[in-house]
Design a protein around this ligand. Structure first.
Ligand code: ZN
Length: 287
């Protein structure tokens, strides 16, 4: 927060230069000291004068926009307000998400995962059983265009029914969430078993149903086989996104403020350009 406060302090809108006595028409630029009174024909047929008058008009508009940018309803201040509101809502979301609210999830019984069998030929196949229920995952092989290179695909469930693994005491949302979790965790187990055998190692042994759904020490939600917590990962990703978005908005606000600062500093040059343009118009008209 202190960073933001510091930032806000530094980034207070720059006041435009104190206004000098209001100039006569046609210049709307405050602080512009006009040349001696002169008369400009409202519509000139000289294309050079027309071009200069267009330029004069554009310069005056630019100057007016910069001078107006201190007003709360000016486009500049409105952009700054929108950026500030966006920043606050991002920071609120970061605050609400930190720390991650802990979930209460039941553990599963230590029913052993048995008969783990992995075959690699002709295509990888992983089978195992839990409490007498059989599970089977197999890989589809995509033959690459030349017909010689094997592209490894994901395992796909051939035989999979998670329902008998879920304690009957669980129902409703918890049951559905555990079913979805076991679906992913069994896939992680089968993939790990396949990969170990491909690497010349033994498939996992001594694993139990409880290992497929350990409550995460951080967030309390179930971890996948292998100890990955999808909820923690998702949360970290979300926080990273929010931090990146916050940095982007801060950058945008800084550039807006710097751009306005540059425009304010350029005001005297812009006013000189107005004076020059007026002088050129006058010269052409009196020629
Ligand atoms: Zn977690």
């Amino acid at each position: 927060m202190s960073f933001l406060k510091r930032f806000r302090k530094q980034s207070e809108p720059v006041e435009p230069e104190p206004p000098s006595p209001p100039p006569p028409a046609p210049s709307k630029a405050k602080g512009f000291v006009p040349p001696p009174p002169r008369e400009i024909a409202p519509a000139s047929s000289d294309p050079r004068v027309q071009r200069l008058e267009q330029r004069l008009h554009a310069l005056e508009n630019e100057i007016e926009l910069v001078e107006r940018s201190a007003d709360p309803d000016s486009p500049f201040q409105q952009r700054i307000t929108v950026l500030g509101a966006t920043l606050s809502s991002i920071e609120d979301e970061i605050r609400r998400a930190t720390p991650l609210e802990r979930l209460e999830r039941p553990s599963l019984p230590s029913t052993p995962i048995e008969n783990v069998a992995v075959t690699l030929e002709p295509t990888p196949d992983v089978r195992f059983s839990i409490d007498g229920h059989r599970f089977d995952y197999a890989e589809e092989i995509d033959w690459a265009e030349r017909g010689t290179q094997i592209v490894r695909g994901d395992l796909l469930p051939v035989e999979l029914n998670v329902d008998p693994l879920i304690p009957t005491s669980l129902d409703g949302t918890m049951r559905a969430e555990l079913a979805a979790h076991l679906d992913r965790s069994l896939f992680a187990f089968a993939t790990d078993a396949r990969d170990r055998v491909i690497e010349g190692r033994e498939p996992p042994s001594g694993a139990t149903l409880a290992d497929l759904a350990q409550p995460c020490p951080e967030c309390g939600d179930w971890q996948l086989w292998g100890g990955v917590s999808p909820r923690c990962l998702e949360h970290e990703t979300r926080l990273r996104e929010l931090a990146a978005e916050r940095a982007r908005i801060l950058d945008e606000r800084t550039s807006e403020l710097e751009e306005r600062q540059r425009q304010v500093e350029e005001l005297p040059i812009q006013r000189r350009r107005v004076a020059q343009t007026l002088a050129e118009i006058e010269a052409l008209q009196s020629a």
